[in-house]
Design a protein around this ligand. Structure first.
Ligand SMILES: Cc1ncc(COP(=O)(O)O)c(C=O)c1O
Length: 365
């Protein structure tokens, strides 16, 4: 085999099934996708307008540094624009962080279950993934991270709110963690879902940019509805950003993505509508899923993590026959009774509950 040895540990990432695939497999055209934590309302209408306006310019290379977008984000976040880097999705920023700060053989500590990309990227860059189990109720115990931090640890990744569990880290937890984290370690806080967090005590690492080696990653793929355009950003000290800029591919974010992101930031109405729906429908789905016998874990994100007495993989398959896609958690290294459901529009959530009820009733009869 000519491939690098570390690649033998990688199982290729399995995304939530795209609607096109279900159409090809089963010929179902009316599909409800609640499997990839996307915004159910589509992209921000202002972003669509911006893209149409900028289409005639796509013969030109984009401004790789995303100057205007970084300026805008900097003014909102009250940091310097030289503290921001943009990426083809926040996943690219995570990849660049590993590449920039970890030598092959270094250890990267992150929670389990969590976003599966961390493990893939760790192996892809020749580093060693080390996982810390969440508590049984899927909450974070940050003290237990110190049991796994060794001399070889270079990077610690916190996923907050955590995908797939929806659990979050509070300010006071973060405070004691950051105070004790050694200076030689880089802490990357993946905050792809932070906009959805309702807890006023939600702890963002933006508060820890000074004095510690911290990188915060955020994205336009979720609340702003731009997942297909691939644009995210990282926030850190100027030193850290300067280092990461050395390895950023020259034209890694497209001009359309940059302009769409700029417009989406200004579309407050769209963001408010998305947040309001998420808050209301999270409560609706939680209550109905519990009535159907699911154990639903508290979530600060746009998805719900559930366990069932039954085999959730089979339930997912039955739902797919009805054109509804949710996410079994086997791809996250979990048992077959766990499932993750993205919070959709009211009509989508009601249809999901109706179909689930009929599947569960058939199971118990
Ligand atoms: C926790 C987490 N981080 C990052 C991402 C990647 O987002 P992006 O589209 O910005 O690469 C996701 C996507 O699902 C995610 O769940």
């Amino acid at each position: 085999m000519i491939a690098r040895k570390s690649l033998s540990f990688i199982q290729p990432y399995v995304p939530g099934k795209p609607a096109e695939v279900l159409f090809r497999e089963k010929g179902i055209s009316r599909i409800i996708k609640l499997a990839s934590n996307e915004n159910p309302f589509g992209p921000s209408p202002k972003a669509i307008k911006a893209i149409k306006r900028r289409l005639p310019e796509i013969n030109r290379y984009p401004e790789g540094s995303a100057f205007a977008l970084r300026e805008k984000l900097a003014s909102i976040l009250k940091v310097k624009s030289s503290q921001i880097i943009t990426g083809s999705g926040s996943s690219e920023i995570i990849s660049m962080a590993i590449q920039a700060f970890c030598e092959p053989g270094d250890e990267i500590v992150f929670p389990h279950p969590s976003f599966i990309i961390y493990k893939i990227l760790a192996y892809a860059h020749g580093t060693i993934p080390v996982t810390v189990e969440l508590n049984r109720d899927m909450s974070y115990d940050l003290d237990s991270f110190f049991e796994k931090i060794s001399k070889k640890t270079k990077l610690v990744i916190l996923c907050n709110p955590n995908n797939p569990t929806g659990s979050h880290i509070r300010k006071n937890q973060l405070h004691s963690f950051m105070k004790n984290i050694p200076d030689r370690i880089v802490v990357l806080s993946d905050e792809a879902y932070f906009e959805y967090a309702e807890d006023p005590e939600f702890g963002t690492c933006i508060d820890w940019l000074k004095g510690k080696n911290v990188i915060v990653t955020r994205t336009f793929s979720k609340i702003y509805g731009l997942a297909g355009l691939r644009i995210g950003y990282g926030i850190a000290s100027q030193d850290i950003i300067r280092t990461m800029e050395k390895i950023r591919p020259p034209f890694n974010t497209t001009s359309l993505a940059q302009h769409a992101a700029l417009a989406a930031i200004d579309d407050r109405a769209f963001v408010e509508k998305s947040l309001k729906n998420n808050k209301k429908e999270k409560r609706f789905l939680t209550e109905k899923l519990k009535k159907l016998g699911f154990n639903v874990f508290p979530s600060e994100a746009n998805f719900l993590f559930c366990s069932s007495k039954h085999n959730a993989v089979k339930i997912c398959r039955k739902l797919e026959e009805k054109g509804i896609i949710i996410r079994p958690m086997t791809g996250f290294g979990m048992e077959e009774n766990f499932v993750r459901i993205t919070i959709g529009k009211p009509s989508e959530n009601r249809l999901l509950i109706r179909q689930l009820r009929s599947i569960m009733n058939r199971r118990s009869s």
